[in-house]
Design a protein around this ligand. Structure first.
Ligand code: HEM
Length: 216
């Protein structure tokens, strides 16, 4: 996936309807349900056995940067915009992008001890996306991160979300991935369908890391 460099302001690039996105067709990413057998708790393995999840089959991804910030536009079909939790059995729509912090961190299970990964996590009921770091399941750490931003709209049965963060130099803060113009990293995706009560490890995800080439 190529992240093209464009001369555009953050406000325009953060806007899913922004002119800068019109020229960028994006690529289709196929998603699959996360494996049930490796879910960390027996409760989850038993309660989701035989019950369909990871219902979003694919998404369209476009990526641009302006030398200061990097932006991912994520579009997927979802008939309902679930953005409120009014009861304990209600969950919201959400999307995340994942990057390796350790170059050879595994995707399946979100890293392992000593080989962390970093996700930017957007939920439909949040103003701001959150930074998530993990070294395997059961280790996810969520925190606010002012460097992250997102803007979303749900129209004609589709979520259209732009999520962004500042590009950073060599010394990325702990728990965050290094993303710099002129370098290559990797990326993966996950989508939670709130209407199907999907949350935490129960979601649709992209099976393999995709190469992420950030134009100089
Ligand atoms: C085989 C693939 C995957 C499995 C089995 C898996 C499993 C899990 C589990 C069990 C949790 C619950 C928290 C915990 O155990 O620490 C979790 C949380 C999370 N996962 Fe994954 N995951 C996978 C792939 C991904 C991918 C590809 C992404 C992002 C693109 C991702 C993003 C997240 C986020 C953001 C959370 C935190 C959710 C929250 O705080 O509510 N995961 N995952």
């Amino acid at each position: 996936m190529l992240v093209k460099r464009v001369d555009a302001k953050k406000e325009e690039l953060l806007d899913p309807a922004g002119a800068a996105w019109r020229k960028s067709r994006g690529s289709k990413v196929v998603l699959s349900p996360t494996p049930l057998d490796i879910q960390p708790t027996e409760y989850v393995r038993v309660s989701w056995r035989g019950r369909p999840y990871g219902k979003v089959p694919s998404m369209r991804v476009s990526a641009l940067h302006n030398g200061r910030d990097i932006f991912f536009r994520l579009v997927w079909e979802d008939d309902s915009a679930d953005s409120k939790i009014a009861d304990t059995n209600q969950f919201v729509d959400a999307v995340a992008v994942l990057f390796p912090i350790a170059a050879d961190a595994p995707l399946i299970g979100m890293g392992i001890k000593g080989k962390p990964v970093n996700a930017w996590f957007w939920r439909a009921d949040w103003e701001q996306p959150k930074n998530v770091a993990a070294e395997g399941m059961g280790t996810t750490q969520r925190r606010d991160d002012p460097a992250l931003a997102a803007k979303a709209r749900h129209t004609r049965g589709q979520w259209d979300v732009v999520i962004s963060r500042s590009l950073n130099g060599k010394r990325a803060p702990k728990g965050t991935a290094t993303l710099q113009a002129g370098t290559i990293s990797k990326i993966a995706f996950a989508i939670w369908q709130g209407a199907n009560q999907e949350r935490a490890g129960i979601k649709a995800f992209s099976l393999d890391w995709q190469e992420l080439q950030i134009e100089a």
